[in-house]
Write a new protein. Sequence first.
Length: 121
Amino acid sequence: MDETKQCVACRTDIRADATKCPHCRERQQGAEPMHRGGPGRVVAGVCTALARLLGLEVALVRVAFVLALVVTGGTALGFYLLLWLLTPPSALGRAPIQRVMSWAGRVASTPVEEPRMERRV
C-alpha cells in the first residue's frame, strides 16, 4: 500500500514523496528548493531546475525555451541568465548572485588603510 500524506493547503491525500499537490499545485513542506544540480544538466541547469519545479520533462522545457528564443528575438536569453543568477547550483548551495553580494559585503567592510606619507624634516 502506498504511503500518503495530506496537502498543507487543501487537505487532500497525496503521495508521501510528492513535492506539489496535484489538486491545488501548492508546494509541500520538506520539498527541496529549486536548484540547478542533478542529472540531466546540459548547459547551466536552468531548464532542468524549471522542469523539476514544474513537474515536466526536461526536453519539453528545453524546446519551450528554444521556441521562446525564436519568438522573442533572443530576449528570453536574459530571462535564462537571470534564473541562472538567482538559482543555486545545489539544494544546499548559494546562488551566484548571493556569492557575489557576500563577497562585495566582505570587501566593502574591510578597512582601507590610508597611504602612508613620509615627511622628511
